[in-house]
Design a protein around this ligand. Structure first.
Ligand code: IPD
Length: 274
């Protein structure tokens, strides 16, 4: 169900404030190495005390302002019900955070029914706040963002996300095919920031064969509102189980879909993740 413009206005304002505050909290926690201590959810899959603290702060603030809204958080899972759902990654790039690397962010998106309505990413160590509202564009610290205009794959930087959720061979095969196009690649360890960088024209594409909705939704809205192309990430069980993700400047769509195999129906991958 579509939200009335004034309801969306109120949530957009609150989102900008809460993302900034949550980023500040993450930055303060990062200043104390005691907060790097982790538990492991799986190989190379970290959780720090900061993840739970930041998520709690976001949910408390948004639920007191919008008591009827529901939440889906990386750490706290789902709470509440209804057509307005906040999807939260309190710290994306948790492994970086845990190793003392400042490349991490807070990512928050709002779904109104099935519509991705708002997105915010705060990268506190860089002093960056990325915002997007459906139909109204995307900005970085108040400056309008646009994806890169050129479509020369041989000049392009493509970020290829990796996690231990899929076999290594899936990643290395995709990497070889992307390099064969003439592009170069990077992996910086935050899917949300990887997407934000595409939106700001710093890189030309982001692709990962499985990512969770809390890592991806805010960034996907940034890319779309900055004029980029993305796959239909929320297809099937994307919200609750994750999906493959691809986002790029429109002129690279064909080459990247061909090289990555993402962006087309991929029954093999769907079977493996279910
Ligand atoms: C991870 C990061 C990473 C991506 C993984 C995510 P987390 O999220 O976004 O870049 O490749 O798929 O799980 O654990 O740092 O919130």
């Amino acid at each position: 169900m579509r939200l009335a413009e004034e309801d969306l206005d109120a949530r957009e304002k609150a989102l900008a404030a809460v993302a900034r505050e949550a980023g500040e909290l993450a930055r303060r926690l990062f200043a104390d190495p005691a907060n790097f201590s982790t538990k492991m959810k799986g190989p190379q899959d970290f959780i720090t005390a900061a993840d739970s603290a930041v998520e709690r702060a976001i949910v408390e603030r948004l639920s007191s302002e919008f008591p009827g809204d529901a939440f889906l958080g990386e750490e706290g899972g789902a709470s509440g019900s209804g057509s307005r759902l906040w999807v939260i990654d309190p710290i994306d790039g948790t492994a970086n955070f845990a190793h003392g690397i400042p490349h991490f962010c807070v990512s928050i998106a709002l779904l109104a029914g099935s519509e991705l309505a708002l997105g915010a990413i705060a990268a506190p160590m860089y002093g960056e706040l990325y915002l997007a509202r459906r139909g109204r564009g995307a900005s970085l610290n108040g400056r309008k963002m646009s994806v890169v205009a050129h479509a020369d794959i041989r000049q392009s930087v493509i970020e290829l996300g990796w996690s231990s959720r899929l076999p290594a061979r899936d990643y290395t095969a995709m990497l070889e095919r992307v390099l064969a196009t003439g592009a170069t690649f990077m992996r910086a360890g935050s899917g949300a920031l990887g997407l934000a960088y595409v939106a700001d024209g710093r890189t030309h594409g982001y692709c990962e064969r499985h990512i969770n909705s809390w890592d991806a939704l805010a960034g996907l809205l940034l890319v779309r509102e900055a004029g980029g192309w993305t796959n239909d990430f929320l297809a099937g069980d994307g919200l609750t189980k994750g999906n493959p993700v691809i986002a790029c400047t429109p002129g690279l769509r064909e080459a990247l879909v061909a090289a990555t195999g993402v962006g087309e129906p991929n029954p093999q991958l769907t079977r493996r993740m279910s």
